[in-house]
Ligand binder design. Structure first.
Ligand SMILES: NC(=O)c1ccc[n+]([C@@H]2O[C@H](COP(=O)([O-])OP(=O)(O)OC[C@H]3O[C@@H](n4cnc5c(N)ncnc54)[C@H](O)[C@@H]3O)[C@@H](O)[C@H]2O)c1
Ligand SMILES: [Zn+2]
Ligand SMILES: [Zn+2]
Length: 395
C-alpha cells in the first residue's frame, strides 16, 4: 500500500515540528486485523475487519491478548466531543510485541508488554519527569491519528480509520503503540491478558494514592467512588498502611468488595443521611486525604468539606466541568489537586503494581470480568450499570 501524506500542522500545536517531518511518502505493508469500531457518538460498537500498516520508526506493533475498557473510552460518546469518528478506542491493552520499527531498542518481537498513555518525551514537562502532563498529551492521545495526520489503520474501503487512541487503540487484536508507551513485563507467573488496566485505570487509582497524595502510614483517607479507579486506590491505601480507609459509593456490591480489599469503613451515599458528617465522625474531625473518582460536583464539594485542616483532596473524575468550595474552611491549609494517570511514570509504576499483584497485595482479578470483543456493547452496558467494575476483552 502506498500512501502520500501532506503534513498539515494545526497552529495550536506549536511544538509538532519536534515530532513530524514536513512531507513524507512511504510504502507500508499491511495486515488484516479485527477491531471494534465506534461509528458515531451514539451508535453501537461494530466489530470490523481493518488493515494495519507495518510499524514506522519508533513504533511497536503489538498482538493484543487483553484490553480493558475504561470510562475515559466513553468520552468519545459525548455529543460534539472533539474526537474524530469513526474510531477504534481502547487504551488498556496488553500483549506480545509482533514487530518493531527502526530505532526501537528497548523491546523486541516476542516481548510481553502493557501499553499506557502516549507522551512526546521532549517537552518541558516530559523532560522534567511529568510525561502525564506532556504538552502534546491531547494530540498524542485523542487526535485519532499519528502526529503527521496519518493513521496506521485503514478501513476495507481504503479510507483512514481514526485510531492512536492513547497511543494504542487496543480494542483490536493488533495495536500500534510506540516505544515510549510500552512497558515490558518480565514476570512469567502473571496473567498477561489481565494486566492492560495497569496502563490506565488501576495506575490512576493506585498512583493517585502513592505518587500524588503520597499518603503516610497510620493516616486516614476517604475514597469517593468504588469503581475500577477507586478500588485500586483502596488497595494502594492498604499497601501504604493507611489506618482508616473509607469507601463511598452507590452500590452495596462495590462497597462489599472495597471492604474485602482493605476499606475499614464503607458508606452508601444513597442511604447515608450526611456523608460529610459520617466521614468526620469516623475520622474524629476530618480525613487527612480524600480521593474523588466520581467527577460529581456535589461529591467533590463534600470530599473537601470532610477533610481536616491541612487535608489534601485529589480529583481524577473526567466528567467534572467545574466545582465550588466553601472558602473559609478551605483556607485552613487544605489543598485540592487535579491528577492525570496517577502521576505515574508507567515504566516504573507498572512493574511496581505487577510486583504487588504477584505478592497478592493487588488482586486486580477481583475487579475484572472478561468478555470477547464481539460482546463489547454488552460490556459497556454492564460497566455503566455497575454490574461489571472492569471489563477486559480477551483475544
Ligand atoms: N484523570 C485520569 O487520568 C483518569 C484516568 C482514568 C479514569 N479517569 C476517570 O476516573 C473516573 C472513574 O473511573 P472508573 O473507571 O473508576 O469509573 P466507575 O464508573 O467504575 O467508578 C465511579 C464510581 O463512582 C460511583 N458514584 C457515582 N456517583 C456517586 C455519588 N454521587 N456518590 C458516591 N459514589 C458515586 C459509581 O457508583 C461508581 O462505582 C471516570 O470519570 C474516568 O473517566 C480519569
Ligand atoms: Zn511531552
Ligand atoms: Zn483510562
Amino acid at each position: 500500500m502506498t500512501t502520500t501524506v501532506l503534513v498539515g500542522y494545526s497552529p495550536s500545536f506549536s511544538t509538532l515540528d519536534v515530532l513530524a517531518p514536513i512531507t513524507k511518502t512511504w510504502h507500508d505493508e499491511s495486515m488484516k486485523i479485527t477491531a471494534a469500531v465506534l461509528p458515531s457518538h451514539d451508535g453501537a460498537f461494530e466489530v470490523r475487519e481493518l488493515e494495519i500498516s507495518d510499524p514506522r520508526p519508533g513504533e511497536v506493533l503489538v498482538r493484543v491478548v487483553g484490553a480493558g475498557m475504561c470510562h475515559t473510552d466513553l468520552l468519545a460518546r459525548t455529543p460534539g466531543a472533539p474526537f474524530p469518528l469513526p474510531v477504534v478506542l481502547g487504551h488498556e491493552g496488553s500483549g506480545i510485541v509482533e514487530a518493531v520499527g527502526a530505532g526501537v531498542t528497548s523491546v523486541v518481537p516476542g516481548d510481553k508488554v502493557v501499553m499506557s498513555y502516549a507522551s512526546c518525551g521532549k517537552c518541558t514537562n516530559c523532560s522534567t519527569g511529568f510525561p502525564q502532563y506532556c504538552d502534546l498529551f491531547y494530540p498524542l492521545n485523542f487526535m485519532g491519528s499519528r502526529m503527521d495526520g496519518s493513521s496506521p489503520l485503514t478501513s476495507a474501503d481504503g479510507t483512514n480509520m481514526a485510531c492512536c487512541w492513547f497511543g494504542q487503540s487496543s480494542f483490536a487484536n493488533y495495536a500500534m503503540a510506540s516505544e515510549r508507551n510500552v512497558v515490558k513485563v518480565t514476570a512469567d507467573d502473571v496473567k498477561l491478558e489481565l494486566l492492560g488496566p495497569l496502563g490506565c485505570g488501576f495506575q490512576t487509582g493506585a498512583g493517585a494514592v502513592i505518587n500524588s497524595l503520597k499518603v503516610r502510614a497510620g493516616t486516614s483517607i476517604a475514597i469517593y467512588g468504588a469503581g475500577a479507579v477507586g478500588l485500586a486506590a483502596v488497595m494502594a491505601a492498604k499497601i501504604a498502611g493507611c489506618s482508616t480507609i473509607i469507601a463511598v459509593d452507590l452500590h452495596d456490591s462495590r462497597l462489599a468488595l472495597a471492604h474485602e480489599l482493605g476499606a475499614t469503613h464503607t458508606l452508601n451515599a444513597k442511604s447515608t443521611a450526611n456523608i460529610v458528617e459520617s466521614v468526620q465522625q469516623i475520622t474524629a474531625g476530618g480525613a487527612q486525604y480524600a480521593f474523588d473518582t466520581t467527577g460529581v460536583q456535589s461529591v467533590v464539594r463534600g470530599a473537601v468539606d470532610a477533610l481536616r485542616p491541612t487535608g489534601v483532596c485529589c480529583l481524577v473524575g473526567a466528567g467534572l466541568a467545574e466545582f465550588t468550595l466553601e472558602g473559609s474552611g478551605f483556607l485552613f491549609g487544605k489543598t485540592v489537586m487535579g491528577v492525570i494517570e496517577g502521576d505515574a511514570f508507567p515504566g516504573e509504576f507498572i512493574p511496581k503494581m505487577i510486583e504487588w499483584h504477584r505478592r497478592g497485595q493487588f488482586p486486580i482479578e477481583k475487579l475484572i470480568k472478561t468478555y470477547r470483543l464481539d460482546q463489547i456493547n454488552e460490556a459497556q452496558h454492564d460497566s455503566e450499570t455497575g454490574v461489571t467494575i472492569k471489563p477486559v476483552f480477551i483475544f
